[in-house]
Design a binder for this molecule. Structure first.
Ligand SMILES: [Cu+2]
Length: 495
């Protein structure tokens, strides 16, 4: 593709590129209802598409250390993609081919994992399981077709607690041009945090030793699209669609408005696109790695403010003491007449659950043990950390029914690479509406049942792990060994 284009006059490519950018930035004819510049402070920059083919998005990504401004007067040297924290928003249409020319300019090896995307194993970005680590100064080209609409994200899978904690993550939006949710203004909202010392430099990823690992280290600066408490301007009564991503390495977010009435969330989608039907919620809880697609209708007097906050969420022992609600987004109400919107369309999606008849039962206990001598903690699955684990075996096309029991005093958002699953059961209660998930919170001392069907054409060693990345590094990780002879599997120290 590139070779062909190299022979074309440059101006043709340039004109076509501009044209495709114009088309891409106006997916529907509907007009913005918000004041101009409403999202200027908060909107994520997008990765420029260097490929003139409208169905191919080609971008350059460089992981490098760079100084970023987190708030007025608060700059920090972080690990970034293209000098940005978060990295650039990747925006593609479902079915597009994405090419990422990636260069590692960090002082450490790294990879990119495309969280939630159902792509071939060679593109999954897990060193030792699906690709070699990209060494400092080296490059790697990721190249795959994007199969499903939804909101996803990307991050490294080498020493991920450290590298994600240092700032390496970005949003990945896959749009379906035929989908109309009746809202013209949208925003990608990436939530994260970062741990800085009093001197404003990155804190060691090993603070608190084994106990810090067992809890899951949270950053001391909560960020929304890389900023502390950014602002947006809104017209009262006008709906906005937010795709929210929890990219924090440990922290849960429980989104709420500071004042309750008529400021609820209409959740229309989750990890893997739209829900079976939408639900109205007062709060949206996201464990690390999870996403939500919500419609909000900020409603308040002109020139007043609303605050989106994260309420305390009990994720286990010690997680709510000595902590406060976090302020996430300041919404300044524009001095405009209230918009009187009609009812939003009722969204329905036909989600047919995988049949559990004949599904292979798999029981997974999430476990925590303590060394009797040095008292250090170690996570495991069925009592075994990943470095001693034997994989879950699966045949191509097989359906498995996983019963995941969390026996530990902390919650674990469990992420399966490469496949969607459906959560069927919360402590014995059926879960509705159905939602395609790749990450599900398993609250402390609770059990979840989920059904997954492995494709018949993507064999490989697909890992699953807690997305509290300290927990993954502390042992809470294993793999599904799909459609390969058992002897191929070699447990590696990758996390
Ligand atoms: Cu965990």
């Amino acid at each position: 593709m590139i070779e062909i284009w190299a022979h074309w006059p440059r101006w043709i490519a340039a004109v076509l590129t501009v044209f495709s950018v114009l088309l891409a930035s106006h997916p529907s004819a509907s007009q913005s209802l918000q004041p101009s510049g409403w999202d200027a402070e908060i909107r994520l920059p997008e990765a420029p598409d260097l490929n003139p083919d409208p169905r191919v998005v080609e971008i350059e990504m460089e992981a490098r250390v760079a100084t970023v401004e987190l708030a007025p007067g608060l700059a920090a040297e972080a690990w970034t993609y293209n000098g940005l924290l978060p990295g650039p928003l990747i925006r593609v249409n479902v079915g597009d081919r994405l090419i990422v020319r990636f260069t590692n300019s960090l002082p450490d090896s790294t990879t990119i994992h495309w969280h939630g995307l159902r792509i071939p194993i060679e593109m999954d970005g897990v060193p030792g399981y699906s690709q070699a680590p990209v060494e400092p100064g080296a490059s790697f080209t990721y190249d795959f077709v994007v199969p499903d609409a939804g909101i996803y994200w990307y991050h490294p899978h080498v020493m991920s607690a450290a590298q994600v904690g240092f700032g390496l993550y970005g949003a990945f939006l896959v749009e379906d041009p035929d989908e109309d949710v009746g809202v013209s203004d949208d925003l990608v909202v990436l939530l994260s945090d970062i741990e800085l010392t009093e001197d404003g430099v990155l804190e060691s990823p090993n603070t608190g030793g084994s106990t810090g690992m067992a809890f899951g280290r949270e950053g001391n600066h909560v960020l929304v699209n890389g900023k502390k408490f950014p602002s947006l301007t809104a017209r009262s009564g006008a709906p906005q669609r937010w795709r929210v991503i929890n990219a924090a390495k440990s922290r849960y977010f429980k989104l709420a408005f500071d004042t309750g009435e008529a400021r609820r969330f209409k959740k229309i989608g989750g990890d893997g696109g739209l829900l079976e039907y939408s639900v109205e919620l007062d709060q949206v809880v996201l464990g690390a790695g999870e996403r939500a697609d919500v419609i909000v209708v900020p409603t308040a007097e002109p020139a007043s403010h609303l605050t989106v906050v994260s309420l305390l969420h009990d994720r286990g022992y010690g997680s709510t003491e000595l902590r406060d609600t976090s302020e996430l987004i300041d919404i300044t109400m524009a001095d405009m007449p209230v918009y009187r919107s009609g009812p939003l369309p009722e969204l329905r999606r036909n989600i047919v659950p995988f049949s559990t008849t004949g599904a292979t039962p798999v029981k997974l206990d999430l476990t925590l043990s303590q060394d009797p001598l040095d008292k250090s903690f170690q996570y495991g699955i069925n009592g075994v950390p990943f470095w001693d684990a034997t994989p879950v075996l699966a045949n191509l096309g097989e359906t498995q029914l996983w019963t995941v029991e969390n026996t530990t005093p902390w919650s674990h958002p469990l992420h399966l690479h490469g496949f969607f699953f459906l959560v069927l059961d919360e402590n014995g209660q059926p879960v509705r509406p159905l939602e395609w998930k790749d990450t599900v919170d398993i609250p402390f001392e609770e059990t979840r049942q989920l059904v997954v069907q492995f494709d018949d054409d993507r064999p490989g060693t697909w890992i699953f792990h807690c997305h509290i990345l300290d927990h993954a590094g502390g042992g809470l990780l294993n793999a599904v060994h799909l459609g390969l002879p058992e002897e191929v599997f070699k447990p590696m120290a990758a996390h």
